[in-house]
Design a protein around this ligand. Structure first.
Ligand SMILES: Cc1cc2nc3c(=O)[nH]c(=O)nc-3n(C[C@H](O)[C@H](O)[C@H](O)COP(=O)(O)OP(=O)(O)OC[C@H]3O[C@@H](n4cnc5c(N)ncnc54)[C@H](O)[C@@H]3O)c2cc1C
Length: 520
């Protein structure tokens, strides 16, 4: 057996499985469940101490057309229309994504939803979204954490083995280049172990949003330094795959950067719901018959936790201030403001406004954040659901206490900004769009906030069987990839496609690996 490089000598022999899945997020668990269901012996190696990855952090919207839920609501839709809408978005945004995989995921997404349903995953909706001609956004309820638990149960019910704290470091190849296993590091004991795969290895280890090393290769330095949301999304699949000759596509494409408030450490009410399948079903029914306000309450809690503040709050007059109490950027220009936030101390900044702006962002049409068509969060919602990042004060001195900055500096910052607005003095940060001066108490400070790259879009090149390909188009035998690791040049700018791809590619990579010819 040959190794593919790297210092992994001395790894102990641990076991032989039909299929090895690298990563226990949405893609990996879907692959593991499907492969186990087909009778394959399967191990999932997950580097962290919990399953879920970025998938567990997701809002839970899955885009699919031709589903039984759509039919039960007499919504006329089809995979062909879904494909047309995706093609339109790609052309409007001038994206050159992978048209073959786009057709493939549009055709399979409905089946994936039924498949998830069979394991007790429930959906609310479908509801409309900004990009689709028909309501096709299926929202997982009660939460993505519950969805991960359902898949974990299904996997263990089929005899799949899940090994946490196992970080795959290297792929193993035989003399003919076939991938025949992995070397992984057992993190608690710092022990290297070798696993053999008779039928295939599936890379499902997420994206590279938190790897400045991988981002620096493909993106401008300033963008590469912006953090990802999931700190474990470190591009391991990209490194493992390319080391054995895989091609990678669209590596310069990222979602964002965006400003977001720091995570809500308490989690949302939705996350605290038990994961029992019956409860998910009841919640899906309840959300259909309860007044829209109750659904909006759930959605608002998510918005204030995960959505970015709208640009309009800056164009109407809000400013960004760092932890020294100073402005540092033109708040209306993006991505330069996100780049500037990432360069501040602790990569933190605060959003500052006064009562005049606050009143505008207390009702339609001025919202602080939104999931279009689903819900809109106003300043009051931040006060109610995010007291950890919300401060209402009557003096700049009190505002400076919230930010732990020097009060004189903050007052001077606001005075200089107001002079630029009222007296049209030149703004040192080049801002031209000002809105109102910040003169009317109470004042509001929201933060800290940070700049994030929520997800990256590049991934290993794959065919419709989820086999990993070289630049020549040749298959690397024994190696499969899915989810963000095997995104294959697809670019998911429309909502709900990240999860649709993760679960679809995972399910089908699991099926294909499990039914591939075994090589001992
Ligand atoms: C805040 C947020 C909200 C989102 N909401 C939505 C939404 O509502 N709808 C939608 O369609 N998309 C959404 N997305 C995008 C979507 O969540 C992702 O596209 C999808 O979950 C990616 O799944 P994955 O399986 O590829 O990666 P992950 O779910 O990240 O799984 C990868 C797993 O591999 C593990 N791993 C990494 N390296 C190794 C290694 N070397 N060895 C072993 N294990 C390893 C990781 O720890 C992780 O558990 C959202 C993203 C974010 C950040």
């Amino acid at each position: 057996m040959n190794r593919s490089g790297g210092n992994t000598e001395g790894a102990t022999w641990t076991g032989s499985f039909d299929v090895i899945v690298v990563g226990g997020g949405g893609t990996g668990l879907a692959a593991a469940v499907e492969a186990s269901k087909r009778g394959a012996s399967v191990v999932v190696l997950e580097k962290t101490s919990t399953l879920g990855g970025t998938t567990a952090l997701a809002i839970g919207s899955i885009s699919a057309a031709g589903t039984s839920l759509q039919r039960s609501r007499r919504i006329e839709d089809s995979p062909e229309k879904h494909l047309e809408d995706m093609a339109r978005i790609a052309s409007e945004l001038k994206l050159k994504d992978n048209a073959v995989l786009r057709r493939f995921v549009a055709g399979e997404a409905a089946e994936t939803l039924e498949w998830l349903g069979a394991f007790g995953v429930s959906f609310h909706g479908p509801i409309p979204d900004a990009h689709s001609r028909a309501p096709r956004m299926h929202i997982v309820v009660p939460s993505m954490k519950a969805c991960i638990e359902r898949l974990e149960k299904a996997a263990s019910g089929c005899g799949c083995r899940v090994m946490l704290n196992h970080e795959v470091k290297e792929l193993v190849q035989d003399d003919r280049g076939r991938v025949t296993g992995v070397v992984s590091l057992e993190r608690e004991r710092q022990k290297l172990e070798t696993f053999h795969a008779r039928r295939g290895v599936i890379l499902a280890s997420g994206d590279y949003s938190s790897s400045s090393e991988v981002k620096r290769k493909f993106l401008p330095e300033d963008i590469a330094e912006i953090d990802g949301i999931n700190e474990n999304a470190t591009g391991d699949g990209y490194r493992l795959g390319t080391r054995v000759g895989a091609d990678a596509l669209a590596m310069d494409q990222v979602y964002g950067p965006e400003l977001r408030f720091i995570p809500n450490l308490k989690g949302t009410l939705r996350d605290r719901f038990p994961s029992h399948p019956l409860l998910g079903k009841m919640m899906a029914i309840a959300l259909d018959i309860l007044p829209r306000g109750i659904l909006a309450r759930f959605a608002k809690e998510l918005l204030v936790s995960w959505q970015h503040p709208e640009d309009a709050i800056f164009t109407k007059g809000a400013i960004l201030v760092n932890s020294s109490g100073q402005r540092f950027t033109d708040e209306t220009a993006t991505p330069s403001r996100e780049i500037a936030v990432a360069k501040q101390h602790n990569k933190n900044a605060y959003l500052v406004l006064d009562q005049t702006i606050a009143l505008q962002f207390s009702h339609w049409p001025n919202f602080v954040s939104t999931a279009p068509f689903i819900a809109y969060a106003y300043l009051e919602d931040y006060k109610r659901f995010r007291p950890d990042i919300f401060s209402q004060v009557f003096s700049w001195q009190d505002a400076s206490k919230w930010m732990s900055c020097n009060s004189d500096i903050l007052q001077q910052t606001v005075a200089d900004y107001n002079a630029a607005v009222e007296l049209k003095t030149k703004d040192p940060w080049g801002r031209h769009v000002f809105g109102r001066p910040l003169t009317t108490p109470p004042f509001f400070v929201l933060g800290p906030l940070k700049a994030y790259i929520p997800t990256t879009q590049g991934g290993l090149r794959v065919n419709q069987s989820l086999q990993v390909l070289r630049a020549s188009g040749d298959v690397i035998p024994g190696l499969y990839a899915g989810g963000t690791t095997g995104q294959g040049g697809l670019i998911h700018y429309s909502h709900g496609m990240g999860l649709a791809w993760a679960f679809t590619s995972g399910r089908l990579a699991g099926l294909n690996a499990a039914t591939a010819e075994a090589v001992d």
